[in-house]
Design a protein around this ligand. Structure first.
Ligand code: NAG
Ligand code: NAG
Length: 744
């Protein structure tokens, strides 16, 4: 009785306070894993290390179980924004939208909810988060990750993993490394210098290890000429020795391009899906681990270490305790067949969260409020809703490769079933009810759009641009994974301009996977622009919340990249054409996105970190206090407008000139909700290793922490160093809206 009593008290306590507490330390888990490995036969070990085959499992990836030792098969499933290939889950906003909330609270909550749903389906490894840097704005899968800014990617990855793993589900940081375009991905070589590797592409993986990530996925592409999955410099030297990674490395599906002994020697632990690999663009059978062991090409000690690497995070997260059984069938995504128990893991709370994240990630780019024009909307009597992007998409369209309706997520393995999407037209019609008349024009036909818009109190025009995974060289609306250009699809830009010539209250809503050309944004009749990204299934209701200002905290979303009309304003593009697999040299080094634009004197149309709210904020009282352990930067922010709102203060660091860094780089952000007329102080702590903690919302004093925030990677000494000289702390509302600055 006594112990039961204490157990339940502990559990109650844990519900509120120790969601990130994990069952065991790495050392305890590794000891258990080693003891189990010692009892396994060769077949059992190989079963744990080699996937069951593309069509051999109820999950996207799977391993063999060992029932005599109670070791389950490790069901693995995509993808980063929701459950792939099964119904009953929530379609959350994409990773790029999690980034544009600039809210650690929502990033963490999204991770927790995703973890709960994956666990509920019996999935043990969530194949995410993706943290591929958006090197080119057109990169096909960049929407799965958190944009071009490495520090923002790192913080987003960290919070997501902490959330996922708090539910006992293993996360998988992907894709190691420099997986930055879809064209030629099965063999291109990304050649990156050591400093750029550390400060840009490796950075989010390092933060993932700090979040105790269970697994890492090696990429399809080669890195510095050697395939990522047989790259010892990457998998052993960088990941394990330098990074201290304790979990297992799993190949991307088919990405083991070389002999099994080369892969094992490099540090690969698990091969997926197990029955095919890609060599030079052609597909072959699996790599034959068992034969390699029997023939002495792979020795037992290495095999044991691989098995132990897989079992260690399993014990660390307590997956040897009770865990839901697999209850879906990824081979039958429509829910048919006896293996699909059609378990519903979506909850009202998850639906509400998906909606809140979509609202918080919507970026208000322009607002010309005067009288009944602009945002938030009052009570318009006549409303035109225009564009194919406002309507329901086909929801059983082979991993979302249709783009025939509203865009909520890209295509490929990171997509999910769309049956729960609430499209904008439904939500807006519902909101207007009997108080007015909605005139829909749900195609991109310009004549019809203009006719619908003419004479209406407001015309809300929707347009999108999409991208996705290369897969089997899939082409969607002429785009093979990566986008061809920065234009809106289906003539969306021309349609917005045409509507604006006849309606003085034109509101543009953009759904996109990344930056798009907005040459029309200054048009005087365009009174509002909302960049809504890839907002997930609750797209319609979230837009109503933003358009009418129904939630006093929002809009507060910020751009996780700079938007420029011209591709040439970005430092890197996609290599589309090549005579065989290309070598891509990352000669732009540290200068991606806003960092490049600032150093070249390019003014983007909308800068990184930019986003409006329905109120205004003033910054004052900057104090910078250096100490032995770091630097504390404090500012006070006041809501100077008439309504409540959330400000997203950002800290950018300017390094001493001799450090060779971009002019200023993001090193802190926060969300501060303030009633009209009230103010609060915000504290940014730089380089306080031991004070890493989340926001303390009670006092509204927020600590923004990360390791090495004022360090750079020094190649000769192979270490992070803090350069000497004068640093500048810039605090503001966007990268090019710095309100206060000071030096230390
Ligand atoms: C990749 O190769 C280049 C030479 O081609 C070298 O300068 C660079 O340091 C290598 N990168 C790493 C991370 O070792
Ligand atoms: C703005 O809309 C009005 C119609 O309401 C139109 O007369 C005017 O020409 C438009 N302005 C521009 C610049 O297109």
């Amino acid at each position: 009785m006594v112990s039961l009593f204490f157990l339940s008290l502990f559990q109650i306590y844990c519900l509120f306070l120790c969601t990130t507490t994990q069952a065991r330390t790495w050392d305890e888990a590794r000891a258990l894993a080693e003891a189990t490995t010692a009892q396994l036969t060769l077949d059992e070990k190989v079963g744990i290390l080699i996937g069951k085959g593309q069509f051999g499992s109820r999950c996207v990836g799977d391993t063999g179980s060992v029932s005599r030792l109670n070791i389950p098969n490790f069901c693995m499933n995509d993808g980063p924004a929701g459950l792939r290939a099964t119904k009953g889950g929530t379609g959350f906003p994409a990773g790029i939208n999690a980034a544009s909330t600039f809210s650690r609270r929502l990033m963490r909550a999204r991770g927790v909810a995703l973890g709960e749903e994956f666990r509920g389906k019996g999935v043990r490894v969530y194949l995410g988060p993706a943290m591929d840097i958006m090197r080119s704005p057109k990169a096909g899968r960049a929407w799965e990750s958190f944009g071009p800014e490495p520090w923002l990617n790192g913080e987003s990855a960290y919070e997501t993993i902490m959330g996922i793993q708090s539910t006992g589900v293993m996360a998988c940081a992907k894709h190691l490394i420099a997986n930055n375009q879809e064209h030629w991905r099965y063999g291109l070589s990304a050649d990156v210098d050591d400093r750029t590797l550390h400060e840009i592409y490796w950075w989010p993986f390092l933060r993932s290890i700090e979040a105790d990530v269970a697994s890492v996925m090696c990429a399809y592409n080669r890195f510095n000429q050697t395939s990522s999955c047989h790259n010892k410099g990457l998998l052993t030297n960088l990941l394990r020795k330098e990074g201290g990674f304790e979990g297992f490395v799993v190949s991307d599906w088919g990405a083991t391009h070389d002999s099994v002994e080369e892969n094992v020697d490099a540090g690969l632990d698990m091969e997926q899906p197990g029955d095919w690999i890609v060599i030079g663009g052609a597909v072959y059978g699996g790599s034959g681990l068992k034969d390699a062991v029997n023939e002495g090409r792979v020795d037992q000690s290495k095999l044991n270490r691989m098995v132990t690497n897989v079992l260690t995070p399993y014990y660390k997260l307590g997956q040897d305790g009770s865990y839901p059984a697999i209850n879906f069938d990824a081979q039958k995504p429509d829910g048919s067949g006896s293996n699909n128990l059609n378990v519903v893991v979506r909850t009202d709370a998850h639906t509400a969260l998906a909606r809140e994240i979509a609202v918080a990630s919507a970026v208000l780019l322009k607002n010309r409020k005067s009288g009944s024009r602009g945002l938030p909307l009052g009570q318009p009597k006549t409303v035109a809703v225009i564009g194919q992007d406002a309507k329901m998409p086909t929801h059983n369209c082979d991993m979302n490769k249709c783009n025939d309706g509203t865009m909520v997520v890209g295509w490929g393995s990171g997509s999910y079933t769309l049956e729960n999407v609430v499209p904008p037209i439904d939500a807006i019609t519902n909101r207007i009810g009997s108080s007015g008349v909605v005139t829909p024009s749900l195609s991109n036909n310009i004549g019809a759009a203009v006719a619908a818009a003419r004479g209406k109190d407001v015309a809300i025009v929707f347009a999108n641009a999409m991208s996705g995974e290369l897969g089997l060289y899939d082409v969607v609306v002429g785009n093979m994974g990566d986008r061809n250009d920065l234009a809106l699809w289906w003539g969306g830009g021309s349609m917005i301009e045409a509507v604006a010539t006849v309606n003085e209250n034109t509101i543009a809503v953009i759904h996109s996977v990344g930056p798009v050309s907005m040459s029309w944004s200054d048009h005087p009749n365009i009174t509002g622009i909302i960049y809504a990204g890839a907002p997930g299934e609750q797209t319609g209701p979230s837009l109503v919340d933003v358009l009418w200002g129904l939630n006093p905290q929002y809009p507060s979303g910020r751009l996780p990249f700079a938007i420029s009309d011209n591709e040439a304003d970005y430092p890197a593009s996609i290599v589309y054409n090549s005579d065989g697999f290309p070598t891509i040299r990352y000669t732009e080094k540290l200068l991606l996105d806003y960092r490049y634009m600032e150093s070249e004197g390019i003014k983007p149309r909308f800068d990184f970190g930019f986003g409006l709210s329905y109120t205004t904020f003033q910054y004052f009282g900057l104090e910078i206090s250096p100490s032995d352990t770091g630097v504390t930067v404090v500012v006070t922010i006041e809501n100077t407008g008439a309504v409540p709102g959330t400000e997203i203060p950002q800290l950018y660091l300017g390094f001493p000139a001799n450090a060779g860094e971009p002019p200023k780089v993001l090193r802190g952000f926060d969300e501060v909700f303030l009633q009209a007329g009230s103010s609060s102080s915000v504290t940014f702590n730089l380089n306080q290793h031991d004070l890493r903690s989340g926001p303390d919302l009670k006092t509204l004093t927020v600590l923004l922490i990360a390791d090495d925030t004022d360090s750079i990677w020094d190649v000769p000494s192979q270490s992070w160093v803090r350069p000497s000289g004068t640093f500048t702390a810039y605090v503001g509302s966007a990268h090019s809206d710095i309100r206060l600055q000071g030096t230390f």
